[in-house]
Ligand binder design. Sequence first.
Ligand SMILES: Cc1ncc(COP(=O)(O)O)c(C=O)c1O
Length: 479
Amino acid sequence: MKAPILDSVYAAEAFQTKGHQMVDLLSKHLKAAQKSTHKTIPYTDPETERQFWQQYPEKQDFQTLVQDLIDRSIHVHQPKYIGHQVAPPAPITAVSSMLTSFLNNGSAVYEMGIANTAIERIVTDQLCAQLGFDTHARGFLTSGGTLANLTALLAARSVKDGTAVWKNGYEESLGILVCEEAHYCVDRAARIMGLGDKGILKVPATINYAMDTTALEATLEKAKQAGIQVFAIVGSAPSTATGIIDPLDKIASFAQKHGLWFHVDAAHGGAAIYAQQFKQDLAGIEKADSVAIDGHKMMMMPALTTALLFKDGSHSYQTFSQKADYLLSDADHEDWYNMAKRTFECTKSMMSIHWFVLLNQYGPSVFDEFVSALYQMGRQFAAIIQKDPDFELALAPQTNIVCFRMVQKQLSKQALNTLNERLRFALVQEGSFYIVQTKLRGTHFLRVTIMNPKTDPDTLSALLIHLKELAKPILQNLK
Ligand SMILES: Cc1ncc(COP(=O)(O)O)c(C=O)c1O
């Protein structure tokens, strides 16, 4: 049977031509992005964008198709991209993405992904050692921080409550403790697990948005009085909105005292375990039972890849298993190489390759350099804001997340909220910079995450000047 379309789909020559064309276009884009010669975000409203692609010519010339996709996407390699916590991927990991997409090996069972499975063990062992865990620790990679946090809490429930819920459903009320400032995915994970409102015990934050550990005993006692059996506590390193790290060491002591599982959501800042200057801010992380670290945030990798690391590796085998029959003490039977026994995913991308390529080509100090540059730039931006009377900081940044707002003496709190909200939207529509926003205790703040080591103080000063220009017509309307 003739299959002309399939023949051309799989033609090696066409692959070579199109591959080269795409790399050429992306390299050109990278150079332009680093010089900020184009908009950072080419914003269009969703319906206009939908229509553009709906009416897109069939069988478009491939280079035009790639160029259109580049032109109509947000550009994370621009130094003026300072919005969400998404890394500008190290270009070599874009190359490894092509490799892994092409090879398309899995990792559910060892023989479907021989190299990437062995490599996954090596990179997660490396991370465990860097965390300060001993050789009983084990980890695996999974598709994102959200899934990693859910998997960690499932493991925690299994270890702390036995297999009761897994087998019989809930026969008693279970709960977790987490700071009110934690990422929403922890709340979502708890609800997916069926803990409900009453099982999510929100610990208040201090004035500085970190977990208030002085409130822990009372929160736990209240839960006990309500008949809730708390099995875990989650610390954030840092929390998303403000970039402030919970006091992990104090949380670890509390968890130990009460026999709770201690999980650290270090999706954003876990990479700081490599940063000589900043790793002390994570003190106590080595006492956690489990830690989640995103590769696609502060480790320069493409989405999605997250490491979930367990201090006692045998716990990682209990998440989805009624019988803990892969205990590490029985080393002969530890089939660490059949990943699907421990991960949510069955098919999973060859994500370990990105970690390995970076470590192999640049060494672990690349993560130190990256995190340190971005955290230092967070502090420099704070200093720039403090010198400008038209802006105020929400709080001193601890990481590369900086919250600030425009202030004008004559405006009420409500009007200032409106000003900053409109300012942010005006900036998105205009497109030269990309920043985000957050509401902290009722006050609207602009929020910046410095994700690109090429973002320098001049870029950040230019942002403030630009915001002042954009604010002029908005202020006219507010008066
Ligand atoms: C602290 C924290 N945890 C979890 C997540 C969710 O991670 P992911 O987007 O990889 O699912 C985020 C994302 O911003 C985060 O900041």
